[in-house]
Design a protein around this ligand. Sequence first.
Ligand SMILES: Cc1cc2nc3c(=O)[nH]c(=O)nc-3n(C[C@H](O)[C@H](O)[C@H](O)COP(=O)(O)OP(=O)(O)OC[C@H]3O[C@@H](n4cnc5c(N)ncnc54)[C@H](O)[C@@H]3O)c2cc1C
Length: 371
Amino acid sequence: MTPLPRTTDLFVIGGGPAGLAAAIAARRRGLVVTLADCSVPPIDKACGEGIMPDGLAAARSLGFDLDEAQGHPFRGIRFCDRDSAVEAAFPNGHGLGMRRTALHQMMVNLAIDAGVRLAWGVRVTGITAEGVIADDRLVRARWIAGADGGHSPVRRWAGLDACHHESRRFGFRRHYRVAPWSQYMEIHWGDRCQLYVTPVADDEVCVVLISRDQHLRLEDALPGFPAVERRLAAANASNLQRGGVTASRRLKAVCRGNVALVGDASGSVDAITGEGLCLLFQQAVALAGALEAGDLAPYQAAHRRIGRRPEFMADLMLLLDRTGGLRSRAFRALAGRPSLFAGMLAMHVGEISTTKFLTNGLALGWRMLTL
Ligand SMILES: Cc1cc2nc3c(=O)[nH]c(=O)nc-3n(C[C@H](O)[C@H](O)[C@H](O)COP(=O)(O)OP(=O)(O)OC[C@H]3O[C@@H](n4cnc5c(N)ncnc54)[C@H](O)[C@@H]3O)c2cc1C
């Protein structure tokens, strides 16, 4: 662990993926960067551990190639419910399932190589106009990045808590020792909950349950998903269940004065989209550019632009979660015309425009009406 300096150009609060990505990107632009996190790596977290092709591309633009890391590629997404299933390959490469701890350790190593000053096991307790209070003393900082996750104290301290929209669901994750049975990341839709399965190694899958019920656990929900239950029946769970909150949160602003928020601290989309990591990689690149230019306004605009598509897709997924009748009709329509699902997926990973997506949506609507 590096001792805290007296001064730094950028102080990053939080050393999850967002903090590390922001620190690496800023360091590559020549800023002197200090990062503090109250935990010690490798930091684990409840996560579906799926990175979409646009997320892999965003990571590459930060200078790291996740394909070279430990992980398991998947070729697309498969939606299943009780009556139907539909799948499509990504139009632009593959996604990657990667254990959260492996991703974190890889990013820590990259931050060290980039020359970021890392302080683990250090809790930040406040910010002032001059800098950051950590370990009971002030570290002077020209800029402060709040990358301290969904519950972000920095967001509160900076007065950035106001949001346009907020809703929460609960996720529980567990790994099972079993060879992935599909080349797709599978999303199984049940009654007001989803189970999604990501291949993360040749002999391991990550299973996540997401619902609005904070008391619902994987073992309670599995009987509602007999196809997955059968696959997991003989498999050993490789760890205990880990829970987390997944929020759909759209903030009114993500910057104030010399403070900028990044990652889940800056708002988030529901985990069902699998876009959390992609968003924060893209935000980190945009933030570094703004910091180098000495003006946070372009970051505010870029943050809005980056979030628009995933927010739209999250709204759509949450609508399908709430309305079982609409969902089963939509799934039957998609299963009958898989090219419509391929179009949805292409929009999801940023490969087609919203206009083309809406044309696709009209075709889907028509098919649903004529089923
Ligand atoms: C159930 C679930 C499934 C998900 N599945 C996927 C998926 O499949 N694909 C995907 O891309 N995304 C997924 N996500 C979203 C993704 O996990 C998040 O977007 C991502 O973890 C956010 O990273 P972060 O660095 O912003 O926050 P975090 O990972 O929460 O990191 C915040 C860090 O800040 C530190 N911290 C907090 N307060 C302080 C303080 N005062 N001082 C010092 N340090 C502090 C914490 O210790 C922590 O390490 C999922 C999320 C959930 C909940």
